[in-house]
Every structure is written in C-alpha cells, then in structure tokens.
Design a protein around this ligand. Structure first.
Ligand code: ATP
Length: 662
C-alpha cells in the first residue's frame, strides 16, 4: 500500500448550523431541516398545483418531510414515495415512522418486491419504483393514491421513466372522469430541471440550504489505482480522527468490497493500539437484507464504522455517524449493446450528479468531509447527469410490459425516447422468446401475455411457461425463485475450505443451475432449517426469501392455468428447459480456453464462483449473465448438449454455424 495521498480543497457547501444532530430531539431535528422553513410555501403550492417539481440539496429533508407535509393537507388516499432501491425504501420508512411516532407498517410502511410491510391504516407508503410500476399497470388510475412522489428523479431508472408517463396519464384521466385529483411531486437534489419542466409543463421549486457543511477535497494528482487511493485515504483519516467519526467508501462491486474489507481488517489488526477499533460493514445489493441494515446501527465507544458500499448507498439514505465519505469515482453499470442484444456489467466513471449525491451522504447529522480520489480537472470531464437507463439498457422487459397495456413503445410519451434500434432489438428478442408474432407487426402472443403476468425478467417468465413442454414446472419454480433473490452460498474468508466442502455435497457436474436446484430441494425437505443452513454454509434468510418468492410465483402459475408437474430425476429436462429461455446466452469453448458468446461475440471465462470453474471445460454452455470488470465472466453456467439446440430452439439464428462445429 502506498503511504500518502495529497488532496486539495474544493470548498465547502454552506450551512445554517455547525452543531451535530445528536443532542436534538427528533422534533427539533425536523424543524432544523432547511425544508422546514419552506413548509408553508410548499403546502400553498401543493394546494394550488397538481404537479410540483422540487429541487433541494442532499439532506435538506425532501424524502422524509415532503410526504408528511402532503399528509397535513388531509388527503384521503395514500401517499406513495418511490425509491430506486429497496434499502432506501426500508430505512427511510423506518425514519418517518419514528418521526410520526408510529410502528412501521401502521401509518407509515413500505412495499418492495415480494415484501409488503403496510396495513389498512397506512397513509405514507415507501415503495421501490418497480413495485409501484406493477401497481400502476394493474390499476391505471392509481385509485388507492392521492399523491405520488417520484423521488431521486435524476437517477432515471427505466421504471421511473415509465412511471412518469403512467402517473401523468392517471392524473389526466382522473381529472377527465371527475375523480379525486392525483398530486404528483417529482424530486431530486441534482435533476435537470429544465428538461423536467418542459415535460411536466410546470416550473420548479427550489429549497435552499444544507443541514451541515461538507468540505470537498480532491486528489491533487491523477490516481492510477483507485482501490489503493481509497485505502490510503481511509488510513490517513483513521490516524487522526476521533472514534465514532465513521467513514463511508464508495466502490464498484461485491468482490472489490470483500477484498478491501479483508485488507482493512488485516491492516487494522497490526495498527497502533491507541487507534479506535475499526468495524467494517459491506453494503451491496447481493448482501442479505439484514446484513445490509447492520451498518445503520449505532457503534460502541472507541469504535469506528467503515462502510464499503456500491452505489446502493448513493441516494436517499442517511447512515448515522458518517463524517467522511471517500469516493472512488467509479461505478459498475449495466451496459447494453443494441446490436448484439447483450447486457453486461462494466466499471465506468460516475457522473457529476453522482459525485454530489455521494458527497451528500456526509453532512446529515453533523458536518463532514468528502475525499474524492480524482482531481478537480478529471471531474470536469465526467458526464453531468447519469445517462437515462432507458437509453443504455435492454428494454425488452419494458416493451413487453407496455404491450400488455396495449401501448406501443414507439409512441409512448417518454421523457427521452429509446432509439428505434433498441426497440427493434427488443422486438427481435421477444419474438425469439415467442412473446410477439413478428418484429414488423409486433402483436402479443398468448405466451407473451402470460409472460407479462410475472414480476420477472421475460427470460425467466419464459422458463416457467416452457417448463410445461418439459413437465418440470416444480423444478423451474424453485430455480427461478432462487435466481430472483440474493446469493444463497456463504463463504467466510477464514473458513473457505469447510464451506467449499459443504457446498460440494450439492454440486452437479452439469453446472450451477442444477447445483442451485439441489440446494433448494434439500432445503425443502429440511426441518431444522437454521441448523441445517449453518452446517452447510447456506444463507437461511435468502433461502426463506426464495421460498416466499416461489409461493408467489406458484400462485401466478395457477391463476394462468399452468400445470404443476415435476420431472423427478430426469434433470436433462430441466437443462433443456433452461436452453429454451436462455438461448440468447449460449457460449462456445475456443481453442485458447476462452468462451465466445454466440450471439454477441464476446470472449469470456467462466466465473470463479461457478462449480464448472477450474474443471474440464465443456464445449457448449448457457449462462444467466455476463459480468465485465477487467475481463468478461460468465455467471451461473450450465453444460448443454449441442444436439439439443435444434430440438429445443429450432429457429435459433446461429444454428447453421453451430452445426458446422459439432
Ligand atoms: N435514518 C435516519 N437517522 C437519523 N437521521 C436521519 C435519518 N434519515 C434522515 N435523517 C435526517 O433527516 C435529514 C433529511 O433526510 P432526507 O432523506 O429527508 O433528505 P433529502 O433531502 O431527501 O436528501 P437526499 O437528496 O440525499 O435524498 C438528514 O440529513 C438527517 O439529518
């Protein structure tokens, strides 16, 4: 590790006070927020207008206070507040419940995919944008709601972009039908207000001020290794800062975070005894929910919390105690190649808006410092805003959802329209999945209509539907449920070998999908679940979550008339069924031991976490996803027999080329 990193000051944001929050009562903390002084102005505007655009600095109080201001208008229906991520929806709901002195799930609750913590008494409901989208699709007038708050609008997730249209349309239709009005509030600290103003036809409202100042420091020189730069910065802080001054570091993904956590722990072990203890908390989406929430807890005296997070901690959330933010300036982003139709995850530079959002995770309960491991000049080259997801992702799932509403993606009133190549590629994939009749006259098939009923990626819904041909719906339900959740395997760094031995019992020589299925089948037969999971290094919570998801998916299958059958021990049928849904993800072994993905022509290795990694390499595999860091990796991989392709996907476009090879 390098010894030192020099920073230059990039200034400090202004503030109304320099004290910390800790001594104030919750009521006083609320009144201390910059947004509080705009309360009457906001309420007046909300009475007058049906749509409001609100821009205010990070931490000014938008997410927690605006729903309560709206509630004071005496609304009959619920107020929904969307969040791009589950962890934000849950933690902010908890905070607002505390401020309103009620139990979570009573007047204030949350609903995220497959988890509902609300009751008939709920008035303010925090939801992920995906969850509200599904509700908006089944009730186009959003009758249960009096107001919809679309928070963190700058993030421009596909779900929020579709919601903009549906919510605007619901508002128009309700007024047309003389129903109770639907208020819409769009909020962010960093949105492109002119663009939104034009789209919604209203002016923006600004809230000045920040709760506590955050001093911004930039690396003096360009860094070639951001990982190392973050580590050096952390230990520079650790040498001087008092205990309980906690640190939040933004990195790009799980592996990087786990590796850095280990490094920090081992450096801290040998550090000066007088320094506070360091407790490291990872925070990424693949982490079980209870583990994600651990970093929000208070720490004992003489300890420093160091949180290593991906961009899931970038917006909305408040982690008490954070005085320092260290920003690597990178993020792992899903990138889509519209020509090949292939999605991959790549490490890329963040936008300026994201830099400010990250900085805003400090200065929430006291003043803070944000260390950016990139220079000021480098930051000027970053994009101003993150590129809307709809312009950089595979939109076949959205196209299918819209078609189920009888709407064409090409005429939909998007804030930014996806390119026609990207829509055409989506049609092509949907046609290959059998969801639409043809690319030129895209009309939904019965299969497509059934697929749209599931809250799943269309390729997973297709797996459930095609399992009928192979008589393996029971197995597919288990597999899709496990794949929809978080990692079920636990590999503690210090007990790697034991974990690997325990996991070996479930291993299938055909790859990861059947291995996951073996785990789930064994889990289903187990009585003492906790003990069994502990002995087998498996995550109890994630398996229980998969069981819940499976039950919900099973209900949908029954509603649409799918037959619940099991293929018993003939698991070739499961692999054939997988091929029918994942045929776009076939990869072929090359002479140099790399795999080449057939449809997108990308070179990749099998991911080290796969049971097939390091074994004799099969000629042909299917995979669930491709991740790209410095190299491409295929994740969740299964061996397939080349002869099956003609039988299972006779219209596969690359069939003739494959025939030549096998
Ligand atoms: N879980 C929490 N624990 C302690 N304080 C909190 C918590 N959540 C919010 N706060 C306090 O409320 C303030 C306002 O938070 P809020 O999320 O409403 O701000 P915001 O304007 O929506 O910020 P952002 O733009 O970053 O989402 C925080 O700065 C913090 O002082």
């Amino acid at each position: 590790m390098r010894k030192e990193l020099t920073f230059t000051s990039g200034g400090a944001s202004s503030s109304s006070s320099y004290n910390s929050n800790q001594s104030l009562s919750i009521k006083a903390q609320q009144q201390h927020l910059p947004i509080y002084s705009c309360r009457l102005r906001f309420i007046q505007e909300a009475r007058r207008l049906d749509t409001l655009l609100l821009m205010g600095e990070t931490g000014s109080g938008k997410t927690t206070q605006i729903p309560q201001f709206l509630l004071s208008l005496g609304m009959k229906g619920m107020i929904a507040v969307t969040q791009p991520r589950r962890v934000a929806a849950i933690t902010v709901a908890k905070r607002v419940a505390q401020e309103m002195q009620c139990k979570l799930g009573e007047r204030v609750g949350f609903t995220v995919r497959f988890e509902d913590c609300t009751s008939p008494a709920t008035k303010i409901k925090f939801v992920t944008d995906g969850t509200l989208l599904r509700e908006a699709i089944s009730d186009r007038l959003l009758k249960n709601y009096s107001a919809i708050i679309l928070d963190e609008a700058h993030e421009r997730t596909i779900n929020t972009d579709v919601l903009f249209v549906l919510v605007k349309e619901a508002q128009r239709q309700r007024s047309f039908k003389n129903m109770a009005p639907l208020k819409i509030v769009v909020m962010s600290a960093t949105m492109d207000i002119d663009h939104f103003s034009k789209y919604f036809g209203v002016k923006g409202m600004y809230v000045e001020g920040k709760t506590y100042p955050v001093k911004v420091m930039h690396a003096k020189e360009r860094q070639t290794d951001y990982h190392n730069a973050c580590l050096v910065t952390l230990f520079q802080i650790h040498m001087d800062a008092p205990a309980n001054h906690d640190v939040l570091i933004f990195l790009t993904g799980q592996e990087e975070i786990d590796a850095m956590a280990q490094q920090i722990r081992s450096i801290a072990k040998n550090a000066d005894r007088a320094a506070p203890n360091i407790r490291v908390f990872p925070l990424y989406s693949q982490l079980p929910q209870n583990k994600q929430l651990e970093c929000f807890m208070a720490m004992p005296q003489n300890s420093r919390k160091v949180i290593l997070a991906t961009n899931i901690a970038e917006t909305s959330i408040t982690i008490p105690g954070i005085r320092y933010v260290i920003d690597s300036g990178f993020v792992k982003r899903r990138v889509y190649d519209a020509n090949s139709g292939m999605d991959s995850l790549k490490v890329v530079r963040i936008s300026q808006a994201q830099s400010w959002q990250r900085c805003g995770r400090a200065g929430r309960d006291s003043e803070g410092i944000c260390y950016r491991t990139y220079t000021c000049a480098e930051m000027e080259t970053f994009d101003e805003m993150p590129k809307p997801e709809i312009l950089r992702s595979n939109i076949y799932s959205t196209v299918l959802q819209l078609m189920s509403l009888g709407v064409s993606c090409k005429t939909f009133d998007f804030l930014d329209k996806p390119s026609s190549e990207s829509v055409d590629m989506a049609y092509k994939q949907l046609q290959l999945l059998g969801a639409i009749k043809s690319v030129n006259f895209p009309e939904m098939t019965e299969t497509g209509r059934q697929m749209a009923k599931f809250p799943l990626d269309p390729k997973f819904s297709k797996l459930l539907i095609t399992s009928q041909e192979f008589g393996c719906l029971e197995e597919m339900l288990s597999l899709v449920a496990v794949m929809s959740g978080e990692n079920i395997f636990i590999v503690p760094t210090e007990r790697r070998e034991q974990a690997s031995l325990a996991h070996g019992k479930f291993e299938s020589k055909y790859g990861d999908h059947l291995t996951l299925l073996n785990v789930y089948l064994a889990f289903q037969k187990t009585e003492k679940i906790k003990l069994w999971c502990h002995d087998n290094f498996l995550n109890t919570r994630n398996l229980l979550y998969a069981r819940d998801v499976r039950n919900q998916l099973k209900d949908i299958c029954e509603k649409i008339g799918l037959k619940l059958e099991s293929c018993g021990t003939n698991l070739d049928l499961v692999r054939k069924c997988l091929l029918s849904g994942l045929f776009n993800n076939i990869a072929e072994l090359q002479r140099d031991t790399f795999y080449l993905t057939i449809s997108s022509r990308q070179r990749a290795k099998i991911h080290p976490s796969s049971v097939l990694s390091g074994k004799s390499r099969p000629n042909l595999v299917i995979f669930t996803e491709i991740v790209a860091t410095d190299r491409n990796f295929l994740k969740t991989v299964t061996v397939i027999d080349p002869e099956w392709i003609e039988e299972v996907v006779p219209n596969y476009p690359h069939l003739s080329r494959l025939r030549q090879n096998f």
